[in-house]
Design a protein around this ligand. Structure first.
Ligand SMILES: *Cc1c(COP(=O)(O)O)cnc(C)c1O
Length: 491
């Protein structure tokens, strides 16, 4: 199957090349030429098998230039061993209407592990498959979780080198420490004085800069990306929607074929878009509830069709969703209204920071998506209410989704079983979770892990348990204008 650019140039590549390059030559994102379809038989086959076997079955529909053995090796390496402290994507029942899909049982305690544990293997296989002699230089902009998960996934992977930029004041203390203490010989981490969008824009500009690309090539290297603009990141995320659905059937929550709703705490629109692809493939999903924090640009977009980034940016307690440019929306636009209009909208976005989709596209959008958001106080109240009433401890991002899901249910009276996607361990944001529960601040962010444990007795994930004792390796912070220079210095 070929992959093409959302911006419509004539480039046509196999998935290995799409994964290797990360982004298309015209600045667009790679998309499969068609979306494969599945039937009930396919779902039945997924029922009895493990997560890693489910991953092979689904990925083989998209990455058809990879052999079955290659995919099996990649999936086993990611999900088959003991990198996850439970099954990789367990579904937990919350109440009469809501089940929670926990995606944070991996090595960095956030959902990014679901893709970033397998993506590096897919990339190193792609290098072999495409006869690539150069080294892949992975450049990452992160709002916190991607950076750590990518560092952990790529550390010491042959043929790769990774550099991560994060907003100095836009990530939690635990997130910062996780990155600053990263081990591995091929890793580098740098803070920038700016917000996530500055980091992301900086990285996109570096990817598009011919001078830097040439300098890199002269050095025997080429750029690749580990952000969800890379198809190698996005495609593994389709798997857990299938897996969750099968587990809900197996547990008797739903009947095979019955529709569910899915609520996703959203930033870059990658996670929810992977779910949308699952729906297009034939997984019985009715509606997606797109949950945002106070940076509610997507809520407005889904309600009005106007995407307007000219607005105040808020730092919230769910920092991985503090985003004003949701890159993967471009893929949705491409699927819905084609590359010509996508180009038009993306050009308007980069020129004026705003675009408006046409009425038909808006209508299609609203058939599958509802937008809800949750402010800081509601997030805190949701963490407390969910713990007090259901005995369930949720992180700040998941709380945004829980609030949105409950609001959707009470607004619409839609009683379709709801799957809420949980994206991080509560311990990753322990200070805000502890404060939400008690109204008291911990002495510092690391003490908060201990305080939260003493209060709830919920187990601290092993990778976060002794984070304060590890050696800090990376402390550099630079102006956002100097990102390109920093890359040149470190390539
Ligand atoms: C990355 C992240 C999100 C947002 O996911 P997108 O794919 O960018 O929409 C939500 N919650 C957490 C904890 C994350 O790390």
């Amino acid at each position: 199957m070929y992959y093409v650019s959302t911006r419509g140039n004539s480039e046509k590549v196999y998935s290995a090349t799409a994964i290797k390059k990360g982004i298309a030559n015209d600045g667009g994102l790679f998309m499969p030429e068609r979306i494969p379809e599945i039937d009930t038989e396919f779902l039945k086959e997924l029922m009895p098998i493990s997560y890693s076997e489910r991953a092979v079955k689904i990925l083989s529909l998209f990455l058809d230039d990879y052999s079955a053995d290659e995919l099996k090796h990649a999936a086993e390496f990611a999900y088959g061993g003991n990198k996850f402290d439970t099954a990789p994507a367990p579904v937990v029942n919350l109440d009469k209407f809501i089940d929670v899909l926990e995606l944070w049982h991996g090595p960095t305690a956030a959902f990014k592990d679901m893709a970033l544990q397998i993506c590096p293997t897919l990339l190193s296989q792609a290098l072999v498959k495409t006869n690539e002699k150069g080294e892949a230089f992975i450049l990452v902009a992160t709002s916190g979780d991607t950076g750590k998960a990518a560092l952990e996934g790529y550390k010491n992977v042959p043929g790769t080198r990774i550099m991560v930029f994060y907003p100095e004041n836009g990530v939690s203390t635990v997130q910062k420490l996780q990155m600053a203490t990263q081990e591995g010989d091929n890793v580098n981490v740098c803070a920038i004085k700016g917000c996530f969008d500055d980091a992301q824009t900086g990285v996109k500009n570096i990817f598009a800069n011919d001078d830097i690309k040439k300098a890199l090539a002269d050095n025997g290297k080429f750029f690749s990306s580990a952000n969800s603009i890379n198809w190698g990141r996005l495609s593994p995320q389709i798997v857990y929607y299938f897996s969750a659905y099968c587990d809900m059937v197996k547990s008797g929550r739903i009947n095979l074929g019955e529709k569910i709703n899915v609520c996703v705490p959203t930033g870059n629109f990658g996670n929810i878009f992977a779910g949308y692809i699952a729906k297009l493939m034939g997984l019985p999903i009715n509606k997606f509830i797109c949950a945002s924090n106070k940076n509610n640009i997507l809520t407005d977009f889904i309600n009005t069709g106007v995407y307007d980034r000219n607005r105040e940016f808020h730092l919230t307690m769910s920092p991985s969703m503090d985003i004003l440019i949701s890159s993967n929306l471009e893929r949705y636009l491409y699927l819905t209204c084609g590359s010509e209009k996508t180009c038009e909208y993306m050009n308007a976005l980069s020129k004026n920071g705003v675009y408006q989709i046409d009425d038909n596209t808006l209508k299609t959008l609203q058939e599958s998506f509802c937008g809800y958001y949750c402010d800081e106080e509601e997030t805190a109240n949701t963490i407390k209410a969910t713990y007090d009433q259901e005995g369930y401890l949720s992180d700040t991002h998941t709380a945004v989704a829980l609030h949105s899901a409950k609001k959707y249910i009470s607004d619409t009276k839609d009683e379709t079983p709801m799957l809420v996607v949980s994206t991080a361990s509560p311990y990753k944001f322990a200070d805000n979770v502890y404060f939400s529960l008690t109204g008291e601040k911990s002495k510092n962010s690391l003490k908060a892990l201990e305080d939260l444990y003493n209060l709830t007795k919920v187990k601290i994930p092993v990778p976060l348990a002794n984070i304060g004792e590890r050696k800090v390796r990376f402390t550099k912070s630079i102006d956002k204008e100097n990102m390109a220079q920093e890359v040149l210095k470190n390539m």
